[in-house]
Design a protein around this ligand. Sequence first.
Ligand code: NDP
Length: 337
Amino acid sequence: NRRIVLASRPHGEPADSDFRLETSDVPQPGPGQVLLRTVHLSLDPYMRGRMSDAPSYAEPVQIGQPMVGGTVTRVHASNHPDYQPGEWVLAQSGWQDFAVSDGTGLLRLGANPQHPSYSLGVLGMPGFTGYMGLLDIGRPKAGETVVVAAASGAVGAVVGQIAKIHGCKVVGIAGGADKCRYVVDELGFDDCLDHKAPDLPGRLARAVPQGIDIYFENVGGAVFDAVLPLLNPRARVPVCGLISAYNATSQPDGPDRLALLMRTILTKRLTFQGFIIFNEYAHRYGEFREAMEDLIGQGRIKYREDVVEGLENAPRGLMGLLKGENAGKRIVRVGPD
Ligand code: NDP
C-alpha cells in the first residue's frame, strides 16, 4: 500500500520535498467496514489550501498524514452489508492505494458505470460547483453576458456551457491560445481571451460591449481587475475561487483598491456571494447529477480529462495544476480497473 503524506507545509509554491511517498501493509477492514482500492484520484486547487495551516473553512492536513482527495475506487473486500467486492464507489480516500471505510460519505456508482472517473469532474464536485454557483447565485437570464476564467478547467468549462444552454453570451478567459481555441471550438463559448497576452482589460472591454452581468470568480488577481470596471448594475459575482493567490506569501504590491471595490459594489448594487459547494448545496447533489447525466447523454456538455499516470506523480500533478499546466480536469490514474 503506497500513500503520499504531507512532509512539510509549503511556503509559496509546493515543492517535491513537501510530499513523501510511504509504503505500508494493506489495511484490513474491521467489522462493518469496507476496503477500497483507488483507481482514480482527483487533483483539485483546494488541496493547496489543505497543505497550509492558515485559518480556512476546512481543517488542514496534518504533517505526516496522507493528502486528502476525492477518489473513484473499487471495493476490494467488504464486511459491510451494502458493499460487494468489485463495485465502484466514489470516496474521499486521499492520496493512497487502499483505504478502509465504514461507509460514511461513500457514493455507490454501481457494478459497471460508463465513465467512472467522471464522478471526480463533470459529474462530481467541480461540475456541481460550476452548475450550482452559476444557476443559484449567478441566476443567468437569456441575453445576459457571462464571463468566467479558468474557462477550460473543470469548473469553468461547466459554467460556460451551462450559461450557453441558458441563452447567455459567454466569454471565457484562459491561459494560452490552445486553451482558448478549445474553449471556443469545442466548448462553444462565444469568445475566449488569453490572460497571458497583453492588454487583457482592453480586449475584455471590446469583447463585452454590453458589459458583464455575471462574473463567475475562479481566479482573482489581474483578471478580476480587468472585470471590475465592466460589471453592469446589479451584476452577480459567485465567488468560487481565487487561484491566482493560492501560492501567495504576502499581499500584492500596488495601491490599496478596497475603496474602489466598495464604491463599485455600492453604486452598481453588485451581489458578491462566496460559496463552498458541499457546505451550501449538499442536499442538491442528486438533482444536479441527474440533470448533468442527461446533458452529457444528449451531447450538450463536453468534458475533457487530463490524466497524470501513477500515484507517485500526484505531487507534480498538483504543482502543475496550480500553474495552469492542465488541459481539462486533472486526475491521477492510481491503479488498474
Ligand atoms: P482548473 O481545472 O480550472 O485548473 C486550475 C486553473 O486555474 C489552471 O488550469 C489555470 O488555467 C488557472 N490559473 C492558475 N493560476 C492562474 C492565474 N494566476 N490567473 C488566472 N488563472 C490561473 O481548476 P478547477 O476547475 O478545479 O477550479 C477552478 C476554481 O474553482 C479554483 O479557484 C478552485 O479553487 C475553485 N473551486 C471552488 C469550489 C468551491 O466550493 N468554492 C469547488 C471547486 C473548485 P489557465 O491556464 O486557463 O489560466
